[in-house]
Design a protein around this ligand. Structure first.
Ligand code: PLP
Length: 407
């Protein structure tokens, strides 16, 4: 496995208007999700931080990073998807439109009585499962959560603290997803999985629409800071639901003016990068333990809803070793001048680490040029989690675990 950053320009990019349907992530659909989120008492947009000193040092017009560590007190963006998809599922069971079912109604004793006991099941690296457990608790329903081999005990405890039955399996992420689906079938549980496969697309579609709230907030916040739109977006991918959402929503609302989007992965689980290298449009699978510190990105099989969008609309795919995200964590936690500090975890910081090297390293000049990055560029990133494993965070940021690769 290379210790270097690898990149490939997307040869499958489609002319605008000829790509896959992005109706799932239209303004109307994302507004529906956003309106639902607004009914949750703890909802407020997470901050979009501007890093002008970093931008100046790297020679771009602006760098903005959405800090999802503030999301619902859960330290990650994931509850946007879990809450909206589970609410949508309940609305469907009740035969009602989600727009008629604000949070206060869905969490009422009357709705609980009408629906009876439901068990939601999921596989998770930590963040999604915690979000499913958090939502189930508020709906007074049950959650059963399975985690892949090597998952962080701290993240397991966070899920149990939300009242879910949770355990760490001896399977990798993708095999744990299959096992969860089989268990759910056996027990009559409802699977709330943040990835889609042939025949399982409805709930993952709602999850993506839920993530749309984050993408929509970022555009509004950029405008409030005087930036009409980002010219470039760097977004990390595990199964690619998040990246597919960001890409699909911005293509929906900005059309031909959409930003150039770069999909960034952990090199131990770089299924989108491998699919882009193959370049024939069909997704490739990465298997094995996918042993990376970027736990949220340790997924070897692309979400088909996300992949269909990414292959037609995204500009570039990048595969990063662990030291890249470690660099991003340190860089965001120790900002230049009076730039604000962002506490970003292992799956949150890889785009920041990559951006630094993209704009700084001689051997990435060609990638920088391919993306037409210059002093007029406005770059948007998403720090999708805070220090969800605080011991690991300190071991990287304080003790220097995963030092930058000597070039
Ligand atoms: C913090 C964090 N960032 C990014 C991702 C990647 O999202 P996706 O799997 O939709 O690509 C995850 C997924 O679990 C995550 O937990």
């Amino acid at each position: 496995m290379s210790e270097r950053i690898e990149w490939v320009k997307n040869s499958m990019l489609e002319e605008f208007g000829k790509g896959a349907s992005i109706k799932l992530l239209s303004l109307e659909e994302v507004n529906k999700a956003r309106d639902f989120h607004r009914t949750i008492p703890d909802y407020r947009p997470t901050p979009l931080r501007s890093l002008p000193n970093l931008a100046k040092a790297l020679g771009v017009g602006g760098i903005y990073i959405k800090d999802e560590s503030y999301r619902f007190g859960l330290n990650a963006f994931k509850a946007l998807g879990a809450s909206y998809s589970m609410a949508h599922y309940l609305a469907q069971q009740l035969g009602q439109d989600i727009r008629e079912l604000p949070y206060s109604v869905l969490t009422s004793a009357k709705v609980k009585k009408a629906l009876g006991e439901i068990t939601f099941a999921s596989t998770t690296d930590g963040n999604h499962g915690r979000a499913v457990a958090w939502t189930a608790r508020q709906l007074q329903q049950k959650a059963v959560i399975y985690m892949p081999k090597g998952s962080s005990p701290r993240r397991l405890e966070n899920i149990r603290a939300e009242g879910a039955e949770a355990s760490i399996t001896d399977l990798n992420y993708d095999d744990a997803v299959r096992m969860t689906a089989a268990e759910a079938e056996k027990h009559g549980w409802v699977i709330v999985q943040d990835t889609a496969w042939e025949g399982y697309e409805e709930i993952p579609g709602w999850i993506m629409q839920g993530y749309g709230t984050m993408a929509a907030e970022a555009l509004d916040e950029l405008k409030a800071q005087g930036v009409e739109k980002p010219t470039h977006v760097l977004v990390q991918a595990g199964v690619g639901a998040l990246a597919g959402t960001v890409q699909g929503y911005y293509a929906s609302v900005l059309g031909k003016d959409r930003p150039k989007t770069v999909i960034v992965e952990a090199n131990k689980a770089d299924c989108h990068f491998q699919s882009a290298l193959a370049g024939d449009g069909s997704p490739r699978v990465v298997s094995g333990d996918m042993n990376t510190i970027m736990a949220g990105l340790a997924c070897g099989e692309p979400n088909i809803l996300g992949w269909n969008i990414l292959k037609d609309y995204s500009e570039m795919f990048v595969s990063c070793p662990d030291w890249v995200t470690a660099k991003g964590m340190r860089l965001l936690g120790n900002p230049l001048g009076d730039d604000p500090r962002v506490i970003s975890g292992e799956s949150g910081a890889v785009t920041a680490g990559f951006l630094w090297h993209l704009l700084h390293d001689q051997n990435l000049q060609e990638a920088k040029q391919a993306l037409q990055l210059d002093e007029t560029s406005q770059v948007l990133l998403f720090s999708t989690e805070g220090d969800t494993d605080p011991e690991k965070y300190r071991s990287i940021v304080w003790d220097g675990e995963f030092p930058s690769f000597a070039r």
